[in-house]
Each structure stands twice: as structure tokens, then as C-alpha cells.
Design a protein around this ligand. Structure first.
Ligand code: COA
Length: 235
């Protein structure tokens, strides 16, 4: 079903050009600009002035203010780093430029960036194009992430370096195995869990899954594109 603007404003990202954004509802993307093809899992949000290029973002991830994910790369060892040498059309409306634009493409820009589930990215961080951030990782404010980040690690700085793992190895293995973000964490069914107690809450969720007390999360999908001035939502 294709329809114009029939989901809440908070769920609608700001789209650039011919971008295609596929989300699992609900998300909160009202302030997040998306460029290219972007997918976002349920219960994830982007804060004010965040820009995401060609990336896959998992569930329950929190993207802070002014974060940039997967920005376009320019070549460092070609004749020029400028767009005409790798097919960027930014100056196309201006006379003469079109004839200069090369048909060559810079391969680094075909890479997608991957942000796992339950990732928290602090304000102003930049995540280099093509990087993978593992489930449960935390990226400090202002970090410049140039390499893959393992699951459940806290990284900060420029370039980002490890501060510490969030939990011990055994706990991280249990979390990676459980993948709690794939379930409806119904508070009543889980007998009011205390998430501040990590080991206990893992056990409670593991037991509930084994006993069939909680359901798998089955979010509705929506694809958001533009048609002239309108955003078009396909449910
Ligand atoms: C990364 C972060 C989560 C770590 O929090 P924490 O576990 O309480 O860390 P601490 O304050 O104990 O700092 C541990 C070390 O990391 C350093 N550090 C912490 N955050 C840092 C950052 N953003 N950049 C560089 N270094 C940082 C500290 O200076 C300290 O270094 P030291 O051991 O040499 O003294 C936190 O500092 C942060 O950046 N939060 C982001 C907040 C934000 O942007 N919110 C937006 C709302 S969505």
C-alpha cells in the first residue's frame, strides 16, 4: 500500500534527493537527514542535526545530536580530490561543469556503514563510511570512528580507541546469543525486571524465551521516498 504522509511526524526522516529509507515502526527520525539508502530498526532514534548516508541501523539504537554516519569519501591519491574526478554532480547546474565530470567512480563510496542493535553514539561523533559497529557498543561524544568496533565495547576519541568493554566476556557472549532486541520485553511477562542488574535480567529474558512467555518482535515495515514535495510512505 502506497500513501502520502500517514505516519506520525516523529517517524519521518528528512530525505535528501532520491533517498529511500526503510524503517521498522516505530522509529523517531524527525531530525535525522538521510542520504541514499538507509534502513533503521524499531525503537531507534536520531537526534537533532544527524546525517546518515547509506547505512543500516539496528534496533534500539540511540544516535546523538550532530552525529554523521558514513559521509562520502574523496580520493586522496587521484589527480584531484574534487568531485569532477569521481562523478560528483554538485556543480552540474553551473555551465561547463557537466562536460568535466568523470565517468569514473570512487570505490570507497560503494561501501555501506553498519550500526548494530542497542548502539549508543554520543553527540558530534563521525562514523567513517564502511565501518561496522557491533551490537551494544557505545561511541563517545566527538569520536572519529575509522575502524570496526566490536560488540559491547566503549570507544572514544579521534581516532576512536577503546575505553573499556561494557561487560566481561561471558556476559557479552550471553547478550550476543540472547539478542533481546528481537523480543517484546513485556514488563509484566518478565515480572518487572531490573535492567540495572545485567546478569539477572539476561536470566529473566532467557527463561521467558525458553518458556514461550514473550513474543518475538514483529514490527510493521515502512519505506519512505519522495515524490516531488511529498514524502510517500509504502507500508
Ligand atoms: C563515552 C562515555 C559514554 C563514557 O562515559 P563513562 O563510562 O562515564 O566514562 P568516564 O567519564 O569514566 O571516562 C573514562 C575515560 O574516558 C575518557 N573519555 C570519556 N568520554 C570521552 C570522550 N567522549 N572522548 C574522549 N575521551 C573520553 C575520560 O576522559 C576518561 O579518561 P581517563 O581514564 O584517561 O581519565 C561518555 O563520556 C560520553 O562521551 N557520553 C556521550 C554523551 C552524549 O553525547 N550524549 C548525547 C545524548 S544521546
Amino acid at each position: 500500500m502506497s500513501t502520502v504522509l500517514d505516519i506520525p511526524k516523529a517517524e519521518k526522516p528528512l530525505l535528501s534527493g532520491s533517498s529511500i529509507v526503510t524503517v521498522e515502526r516505530p522509529v523517531h527520525l524527525a531530525h535525522m537527514r538521510c542520504v541514499g539508502r538507509v534502513t533503521v530498526g524499531a525503537y531507534s532514534y536520531g537526534n537533532v542535526d544527524t546525517i546518515t548516508y547509506d547505512a543500516d541501523i539496528g534496533r534500539f539504537s540511540s544516535i546523538g545530536h550532530r552525529v554523521i554516519i558514513g559521509p562520502i569519501e574523496h580520493p586522496t591519491d587521484w589527480l584531484s580530490s574534487s568531485g569532477f574526478s569521481w562523478g560528483d554532480t554538485v556543480f552540474e547546474p553551473y555551465g561547463g561543469y557537466r562536460a568535466m565530470v568523470s565517468s569514473e567512480r570512487f570505490p570507497a563510496n560503494s561501501a555501506r556503514t553498519s550500526i548494530g542493535n542497542d548502539v549508543w553514539i554520543g553527540a558530534g561523533a563521525i562514523i567513517k563510511r564502511g565501518v561496522t559497529i557491533g551490537n551494544g557498543a557505545i561511541i563517545g561524544a566527538g569520536a572519529v570512528v575509522t575502524k570496526d568496533i566490536p560488540p559491547y565495547a566503549i570507544y572514544a576519541g579521534a581516532p576512536a580507541k577503546i575505553i573499556r568493554p561494557r561487560f566481561n566476556e561471558a556476559t557479552i557472549a550471553r547478550l550476543q546469543n540472547l539478542q533481546w532486541w528481537n523480543y517484546v520485553l513485556d514488563r509484566e511477562a518478565l515480572a518487572n525486571p531490573r535492567y540495572s542488574k545485567v546478569e539477572d535480567s539476561i536470566s529473566v529474558i532467557e527463561d521467558a524465551v525458553a518458556a514461550g512467555k514473550i513474543d518475538r518482535l514483529r514490527p510493521q515495515q515502512a519505506t519512505i521516498t519522495t515524490n516531488g514535495a511529498n514524502q510517500v510512505i509504502s507500508l
